[in-house]
Design a protein. Structure first.
Length: 335
């Protein structure tokens, strides 16, 4: 059975019904493809994927999968990372326009200039960066292993951390390192989840746990609220998206306020259906993540598009830093 897709408008409306699911699965089988989906994808995509997870877990799966094709339902830097780790595989992203405002906040040229000002420093880049930036990087990290990555660097060595200022502040707090310099980039979605909004939501629901992604503008405010006694300290959890899922399974709270992209709520509600998960900011939706529609996935599998290519020299230079990221930290993506 074939789902109805208007080939002239491949990004248009396709119902994610049983016929769509059958066709997606059949095409994935024919292409020997594994379907990976980030936790911020729309629920239909999360449900059809072979694996749904955070950036680190998906990178590890991409590196170890036997499939000859990886279809990455996420944003471009994630698919690029998969290609860097698995250069001999075909890597497809259902819509190559799915970028990332955080990855756009530093260029390779800017990083080279920053390095020139700090000779001898070790460069740690968040995985939300382009392949060119990764090629200028010593170790990549994700939000679930950033603290472990920085802790693996000798204490007397200066560290340049880019591009996310809020994750950088979190790592600085956790490691207590004075010699960690942080680039002033941000993700427009997470930066918009602010402290006053979090404080108001927490005051209205004083028994709720707070799950906060370290990219959020409110992460520092959450710890301030805990420090002031406005929220009990053990209720504030700064977590990667994978870490949020583990915490959801363990929480004893009846409700949880979630500060991250709203796509995360789907996995959280599945993991702990008895808990009331609510977004701190329900407008926190990443337009790039949402470009991966059911229609785009179907088009990708039917036509083998959009193929992700990374210049081989750049990929070779980026590979060492990405491999170190995959090796450091706690397997499973939790914090
Ligand atoms: P994680 O899934 O690694 O927590 O990343 C969040 C994110 O913003 C990815 O774009
Ligand atoms: Fe990038 Fe932010 Fe979207 Fe994540 S949520 S992909 S960091 S723009």
């Amino acid at each position: 059975m074939t789902a109805h897709v208007d080939e002239l408008a491949p990004y248009g409306g396709v119902r994610a019904d049983a016929a769509w699911a059958d066709e997606v699965r059949g095409l994935a089988r024919d292409r020997d493809a594994v379907l990976l989906a980030h936790n911020y994808q729309v629920p239909e995509i999360q449900e059809i994927a072979d694996h749904t997870g955070d950036s680190l877990a998906l990178s590890r799966i991409a590196a170890s999968s036997d499939a000859s094709t990886i279809v990455f339902c996420g944003v471009h830097f994630m698919a690029e990372t998969a290609k860097i780790l698995a250069p001999d595989k075909t890597v497809l992203i259902p819509d190559a326009r799915a970028g990332c405002s955080l990855a756009d906040s530093i260029t390779a040229e800017q990083l080279r200039a920053w390095k020139a000002e700090h000779p001898g420093a070790v460069v740690v880049s968040y995985v939300n960066t382009t392949a060119e930036v990764k090629a200028e990087t010593d170790i990549c990290c994700t939000s679930s292993n950033a603290v472990d990555v920085v802790a693996s660097i000798p204490e007397d060595t200066e560290v340049l951390f880019c591009p996310d200022q809020f994750l950088g502040a979190h790592v600085k707090r956790e490691t207590g390192r004075e010699n960690l310099r942080v680039w002033a980039g941000e993700c427009h979605v997470h930066a918009g989840i602010n402290g006053p909004e979090l404080a108001a939501r927490a005051a209205a629901d004083p028994d709720a746990d707070l799950f906060i992604h370290p990219e959020c503008g409110c992460a520092t405010s959450a710890l301030y609220l805990a420090g002031e006694g406005a929220v009990p300290e053990d209720k504030v959890k700064i977590l990667s998206t994978g870490g949020m899922l583990s915490a959801a399974r363990d929480t004893t709270a009846n409700s949880v306020l979630v500060a991250t992209e709203v796509g995360m709520l789907h996995q959280l509600r599945k993991a702990a259906p008895e808990v009331d998960f609510r977004a701190v900011n329900d407008r926190a939706s990443c337009r790039y993540m949402k470009m991966i529609t059911p229609a785009a996935l179907l088009r990708s599998l039917r036509h083998g598009v959009d193929e992700v290519r990374v210049d081989p020299d750049t990929a070779a230079r980026a590979r060492a830093s990405v491999r170190r990221m995959v090796e450091i930290g706690n397997p499973g993506g939790g914090e």
